[in-house]
Ligand binder design. Structure first.
Ligand SMILES: NC(=O)c1ccc[n+]([C@@H]2O[C@H](COP(=O)([O-])OP(=O)(O)OC[C@H]3O[C@@H](n4cnc5c(N)ncnc54)[C@H](OP(=O)(O)O)[C@@H]3O)[C@@H](O)[C@H]2O)c1
Length: 252
């Protein structure tokens, strides 16, 4: 049996594709053969860097702006995408708010839970309905080390990412028999805007680095291989996993 990592002729939707991890995931999917619809809060309809990267790989590109803090906008996006033959949905858009738990403003808690968990579920319901009808599809969530651990000063983020891990398994249980693989990637500490505050704090930055067996912070491109694997036929018998890509952080 030959193993296929090819995404030739596939259509992938990547949320949070304007920058950081989502950018690297969308680029990797295009390089593996997939057309890409990129979604983010502020992505322009044309002229984005991710659009240039996808087209440079010879694939078709489309951008849709959608604010995941707005449930009505997510439902509208879901209706738009329900009409498209989406093969791969990467639920990667996410935000983080840092404040000590005892004074953590509830509005930050609500926003993080909405963007990072509830909107992911709404959109996945809408897109997966078509996948189930076609009997084929790949759903990939971006989880976190805080799907396994508690973190510090990020109670809403941890609750949301732990929820993403549970949701991944719950959906996999229902949809694996229907031909739809649902899995998650848990990035370790990756140098993006999301972790800028940690990178800028010399004490936190050093203590994080000291715990990473690979001896470096991750780059967004470190997520490319796992993304293509979980989007491709090579992972057809992989369901409900949370795949760490963390330079060994969790094993330490
Ligand atoms: N960096 C890490 O170490 C790390 C580790 C574990 C998990 N993660 C997760 O990885 C994912 C990507 O993070 P990143 O590190 O690449 O962060 P990033 O560089 O800050 O990128 C965040 C992406 O999400 C989009 N986004 C944020 N809020 C949104 C909203 N309300 N509606 C729609 N799109 C929104 C942004 O769109 P705009 O550009 O339009 O604002 C951007 O494309 C997130 O789910 C994050 O929690 C990151």
């Amino acid at each position: 049996m030959s193993v296929s990592f090819s995404l030739e002729g596939r259509l992938s939707v990547v949320t949070g594709a304007s920058r950081g991890i989502g950018f690297a995931m969308a680029k990797a999917l295009a390089e593996a053969g997939s057309d890409v619809i990129a979604v983010s809060a502020s992505i322009p309809a044309s002229g984005s860097a991710i659009g240039d990267a996808v087209e440079a790989a010879g694939r078709r590109f489309e951008a849709i702006a959608c604010n995941f803090a707005d449930p009505a906008a997510v439902d509208e996006l879901g209706r738009t995408l329900a009409g498209r033959p989406v093969d791969v949905l990467v639920n990667n858009a996410g935000t983080i708010e840092r404040a000590p738990a005892v004074t953590h403003p509830l509005e930050l808690w609500d926003r993080v839970l909405t963007v990072n968990l509830s909107s992911q579920f709404r959109l996945t319901q809408a897109v997966a309905a078509g996948m189930i009808e076609r009997g084929r599809g790949k759903v990939i969530f971006t989880a976190s080390m805080l799907s396994f651990q508690g973190g510090v000063n990020v109670p809403g983020y941890t609750a949301a990412k732990s929820g993403v891990a549970g949701l991944t398994k719950a959906l996999a249980n229902e949809w694996a028999p229907l031909g739809v693989n649902v899995n998650a990637i848990a990035p370790g500490y990756i140098a993006t805007d999301n972790t800028q505050a940690l990178q800028d704090d010399p004490v936190r930055s050093r203590s994080i680095l000291d715990r990473i067996p690979a001896g470096r912070w991750g780059e967004a491109d470190d997520l490319a291989g796992a993304t293509v694997f979980l989007a491709s036929p090579a992972s057809d018998y992989v369901d409900g996993i949370i795949l760490p890509v963390d330079g060994g952080w969790l094993g330490r």
